[in-house]
Design a protein around this ligand. Structure first.
Ligand code: AMP
Length: 287
């Protein structure tokens, strides 16, 4: 039998399949996404494929995690293109529910991971990580995975989900996967397709500033403010870029650091607006 990718759109059918797989003793890997898939997403799907008997890719643009002035309506949606890419990985199911299937009524329940959610992207996107944690909880209960795969690209999101899973005893292993980049260093993102040619060129400022700061760390700099200033200055030198934040935080707690400590992973993190597009990137450093 050739492998056949199936698209499931209802919660009941997805849960029934996942339960049947589990009853049969099959290990399930889940890869939650918002679609408009690229090589970054596919690296997670391939890893899930290698480590599990069944793989579910979820595709859902979650309205709960977008602020009122954000890009929910223009966020790229391309289920046919996504399905062709997912089929090439050998995944088993795409779970792509319509909004009213995930939220038949406004949810009265939400998941808040206090302390990790307020800094970095949480500061300019209030409520964002509540929306993320809530939808990921739902998706984990719907797809019942043994392992769930998330990209280090969204390092704060990964920290939020790790902590949620630990605090609430979700029976799932959270697997963090490395950032996949374009040849010039730009982290792959569904939002990169918003960029015009000059903006696409300017967008390399994020990875350049991060690499520059990582170089300072490698050269012995331990003062977090010096790293913040270095990233800020490099971003300021790019005329099309407007800085949202340049920060240095603990990789697990996402709390701002004053000094890097030996043996303790730190995150160099940037959010930059290029025109109307907000891009984020980060590098983990271990002094
Ligand atoms: P998104 O569709 O943007 O919500 O992303 C879905 C998942 O793919 C998240 O866990 C992201 O961190 C991950 N992801 C997105 N871009 C990349 C990338 N360039 N490299 C690795 N993982 C990524």
């Amino acid at each position: 039998m050739p492998h056949q990718l199936e698209i499931v759109t209802t919660v009941a059918e997805m849960q029934e399949r996942a339960r049947a797989w589990r009853r049969a003793g099959l290990a399930i890997g889940a890869v939650p996404t918002m679609g408009a898939l690229h090589e970054g997403h596919l690296s997670l799907v391939r890893r899930a494929r290698a480590e599990n008997d069944r793989v579910v890719v979820t595709i859902f643009v979650n309205p709960l995690q977008f602020g009122p002035n954000e890009d929910y309506n223009r966020y790229p949606r391309d289920l046919d293109g996504d399905a062709a890419l997912v089929a090439s990985t050998g995944a088993d199911v795409i779970f792509a529910p319509p909004v009213n299937e995930m939220y038949p009524e406004p949810p009265l329940t939400s998941v808040d991971v206090a302390g990790i959610s307020e800094g970095l992207c949480g500061a300019s996107r209030p409520g964002h990580f509540r929306g993320v944690a809530t939808v990921v909880s739902k998706l984990l209960h719907i797809t019942l995975p043994d392992r769930a795969y998330f990209g280090q690209k969204d390092a704060q999101q990964l920290a939020v989900i790790r902590r949620m899973v630990r605090d609430l005893n979700f029976p799932v292993a959270v697997i963090g996967c490395p950032v996949v980049r374009e040849a010039d260093g730009l982290a792959m993102s569904s939002r990169n397709r918003y960029l015009g040619p000059a903006e696409r060129q300017a967008a390399t400022v994020l990875s350049r500033a991060l690499r520059h700061a990582a170089g300072l760390v490698a050269g012995g700099v331990r003062d977090a403010d010096q790293l913040r200033s270095a990233m800020r200055e490099m971003t300021a030198a790019e005329p099309l870029a407007r800085l949202d934040y340049a920060d240095v935080v603990d990789a697990e707690t996402i709390q701002p650091l004053t000094q890097l400590s030996p043996g303790r992973p730190a995150l160099l993190a940037l959010a930059v607006r290029i025109g109307t597009t907000r891009l984020i990137d980060n590098l983990e450093v271990l002094p």
